[in-house]
Design a binder for this molecule. Structure first.
Ligand code: GRF
Length: 219
């Protein structure tokens, strides 16, 4: 049985594309039942058209409150019997009501190593702060902003000649690998959540070693 996905987008949709590609390559055992966009101009919708994926545009200005907007999203998700909601560059904060409708069944991706640099522009915040490593995080959504239990993270170095854009591109490349992977683990029923911690059943150990940037010169 394929995992039924409902994907929320607002923009470019490159993470949506990575999920589509992983499904089409037979790596991800899922089906995208519906994509919802709050932005009619989102390029993500062109991607849906290209791949024959069903989508719905919900303009938030047509709703009188966040709650009403989110209730409309919940009914669409329920109509399509969605088993996992995937936030892929969705630029709105979900109401507690939406979160409670899908407990531990909503994933989000954030372009920084949470809990550092939550909220908008995670790449720029990390870059401006002067960190030597940044990366991306896939987590379950809870009622906070970027606070839910962490499933997987990828770390990338920050180089002296980086700009925000080169760093963001390096991070995005890893987003496209860790998001389909996290969804596939969910599809396989391998993610076990205990409090804040997510355990991967039958997962390997990370490669041994320590990342140091800049590299040591005295040892
Ligand atoms: C990504 O950087 C993601 O981490 C953040 O929003 C961006 C979405 O990009 N949540 P795309 O629309 O998937 O290309």
């Amino acid at each position: 049985m394929k995992l039924k996905l409902g994907i929320l987008v607002s923009g470019n949709g490159s993470n949506l594309q990575a999920i589509i590609d992983a499904i089409e390559q037979g790596l991800l055992d899922a089906k995208i039942e519906v994509v919802i966009s709050n932005n009619p101009e989102a390029y993500a919708l062109r991607r849906c058209e290209k791949h024959g994926i069903n989508y719905v545009i919900l303009k938030h200005e047509d709703y009188t409150s966040r709650e009403e907007f989110d209730r409309a999203m919940v009914s669409i998700m329920q109509h399509y019997e969605v088993e996992l909601v995937v936030m892929a560059g969705f630029m709105r904060i979900l109401t507690p009501e939406f979160i409670r409708a899908f407990p531990l069944r909503i994933m989000n991706i954030h372009p920084a190593l949470l809990p550092s640099f939550p909220g908008l522009h995670g790449q720029k915040k990390a870059f401006d702060y002067g960190v030597k490593f940044s990366g991306c995080t896939v987590h379950f959504a809870d009622e906070g902003v970027d606070t839910g239990p962490i499933i997987i993270q990828a770390v990338v170095p920050v180089y002296p000649d980086d700009t925000v854009d080169t760093l963001a591109a390096r991070i995005l490349k890893e987003e496209h690998r860790i998001y389909p992977q996290a969804i596939q683990w969910f599809a396989e029923g391998r993610l076990e959540v205990k409090g804040r911690k997510v355990f991967l059943r039958d997962g390997g150990s990370p490669a041994p070693g320590v990342l140091i940037n800049p590299p040591l010169t005295m040892f």
